[in-house]
Design a protein around this ligand. Structure first.
Ligand SMILES: Cc1cc2nc3c(=O)[nH]c(=O)nc-3n(C[C@H](O)[C@H](O)[C@H](O)COP(=O)(O)OP(=O)(O)OC[C@H]3O[C@@H](n4cnc5c(N)ncnc54)[C@H](O)[C@@H]3O)c2cc1C
Ligand code: SF4
Length: 498
């Protein structure tokens, strides 16, 4: 029978999204395309490749169980998969939900696929235009408040519940001295036949530690993780959000980003669950607000910045940073820096590190060492379980590398060893001394931090948020010696001996 086909992309795995929302087994056929070219095109982290492909295959099985005729096609490319599907089933038309990346939208248009509006995010780029209105300057905080009011989340009439919009001040505590086991261990599931067969097909293209059930691959599993987070972890969310510990990689982070990014969870249900826990008195205000800010504020803001500024945005490099990614990023043994080694080893083991490790360790290092932002984006994109172009590009190019010249962040997130020492337990026992900026044991973060502000002093002395740091760099008595040490460090970094 000739039916219209819904082509489901690998990051739209939800029955309630776009074209699938109103479909029934009687009205539509469903197509998935697993492209070998796409899988083999890069060296992915094995947990990431496994997560996406397994989630696709398991979602296809769920739709089959619901009675849908699903054509799950293995093809060398998307185009070939679509052509073969059309040849075999002669659909009346092929429909897709608006893809989440710029490239996929162009592909759909080239292949003549009709797209329907997506409800995968709470603020569609068309609605974002209403927020932009005639505003001259755009801040995440303004967008977040606009979202709170519009979506009626944590509101008391027209006022924010609890009398304040922002509890960030309470949420920047350094790591506690004791009780590092206070945060419950994330659950795991037993890998099944589908997992094993996916691993067989993807493993040869990948790097990193094999999956051990860390990341759920079904909606049921993702919902269980959400429940567990809300009941046991959310009450502690916030307070130590910016802390980093060798002995605890997750702290009170939700670990929900992969599910949100492929559609196994939707942002609205995640926010409702957190808000209800607050209303029931199970979660304090600073935790509920801190978490909800991440989802309806940061996440949706990043999504809309991506659509506002692509495609030129991905190629920006305003600081002219052109150093190659150093060998430690693919082999953590190539550094003695305790903080970098610990975070990079964690990425290898879990395909994940939390926000501050991404921003203030890896991103900070790439920024102050002058690593090419496109190379750094690509490495992160290949390595992280939750990566997608829409979220990786603004977070790397804008937030962490200042490669957009300040469109997204009003200052460069550069810091020296003192910040890492305050917020983590990495410095104790490191071969480097975070207080030293010259000598063999000078801390690379400290040296490169000062060197960064000396290199870019003309630009940043005009920026009120960092002008003080620039002036402090200009007044260093040992600035010449420091720049020589920095140049030597760069060489060591390139040769994998730093
Ligand atoms: C350099 C860099 C690269 C990043 N790359 C990605 C990426 O590829 N994919 C990704 O989902 N996030 C990315 N982020 C944002 C953030 O670090 C992750 O969303 C977060 O660490 C995911 O872990 P979690 O679910 O435990 O987060 P939590 O700390 O529990 O936060 C809750 C949720 O808030 C959302 N969120 C918070 N901050 C952001 C943000 N800046 N952008 C988008 N969503 C946010 C996420 O959905 C996250 O699940 C990046 C940040 C930086 C600085
Ligand atoms: S001393 Fe420097 S290199 Fe070592 S852990 Fe601290 S910040 Fe990192």
């Amino acid at each position: 029978m000739s039916l219209p086909t819904i082509w489901v992309f690998g990051d739209q795995l939800n029955r309630g999204i776009g074209a699938l929302a109103g479909a029934t087994p009687q009205t539509h056929r469903v197509l998935f395309i697993e492209s070998t070219v796409k899988i083999a095109s890069r060296k992915w982290h094995v947990q990431r490749a496994h997560f996406i492909v397994t989630s696709m295959r398991k979602f296809a099985n769920e739709l089959r169980n619901e009675g849908f005729h699903v054509d799950y096609r293995f093809a060398s490319s998307m185009r070939e998969g679509l052509d073969l599907h059309v040849l075999e089933f002669q659909p009346t038309e092929v429909i897709a939900t608006e893809p989440n990346s710029y490239g996929a939208r162009q592909l759909a248009a080239r292949l003549g696929v009709r797209t329907v509006s997506s409800n995968q995010f709470l603020c569609h780029p068309d609605e974002y235009q209403t927020f932009l209105g005639s505003r001259k300057s755009i801040k995440m905080e303004d967008f977040y408040r606009w979202q709170r009011k519009r979506l009626n989340v944590l509101m008391d009439g027209n006022e924010p519940a609890g009398g304040r919009w922002n509890f960030d001040e309470e949420n920047r505590q350094p790591p506690p001295k004791t009780g590092h086991d206070r945060w419950p261990e994330p659950e795991r599931y037993e890998l099944d036949e589908v997992d094993r067969s996916v691993l067989e097909s993807v493993q040869k293209y990948c790097f990193g530690k094999l999956p051990e059930g860390q990341w759920a691959t079904t909606r049921e599993g993702a919902l269980a993780r959400l429940r567990n987070f809300v009941d046991h972890v959310l009450p502690m969310f916030g307070e130590h959000e910016d802390a980093m510990l060798k002995s605890n990689w997750h702290l009170a982070h939700s670990l929900l980003s992969p599910y949100l990014n492929v559609g196994l969870l939707l942002p609205g249900e995640v926010v409702s669950a957190a808000e209800k826990a607050f209303q029931d008195g199970n979660v304090p205000m600073n935790s509920a607000e801190g978490f909800i800010r991440q989802i309806i504020g940061w996440r949706e803001y990043i999504w809309n910045c991506y659509w506002q500024w692509m495609p030129e945005y991905a190629q920006m490099n305003s600081l002219g940073a052109n150093k190659d990614l150093p060998p430690m990023f693919t082999d953590p043994a190539k550094t003695s820096m305790a903080c970098m080694k610990s975070v990079l080893t964690g990425v290898n083991e879990r395909s994940y590190s939390h926000h501050i490790e991404r921003l203030m360790v890896l991103g900070n290092f790439a920024l102050i060492a002058g690593i090419n932002p496109q190379q750094f984006t690509r490495w992160m994109w290949n390595s992280y379980i939750d990566a997608a172009e829409w979220v990786m590009v603004p977070n790397v190019i804008g937030m962490s590398q200042y490669a957009d010249g300040g469109l997204l962040a009003t200052k460069p997130y550069a810091s020296g060893g003192a910040y890492i020492d305050r917020m983590s337990d990495h410095c104790k026992g490191c071969v480097y001394d975070r207080k030293k900026r010259t000598g063999d044991d000078a801390c690379p973060f400290t040296v490169l931090y000062w060197d960064f502000f000396l290199r870019h002093q003309e630009r940043f002395v005009k920026n009120p948020r960092v002008a003080r740091q620039v002036r402090a760099a200009q007044q260093l008595q040992d600035s010449e010696e420091l720049q020589v040490v920095a140049a030597e460090m760069m060489k060591k970094m390139d040769s994998g001996t730093i």
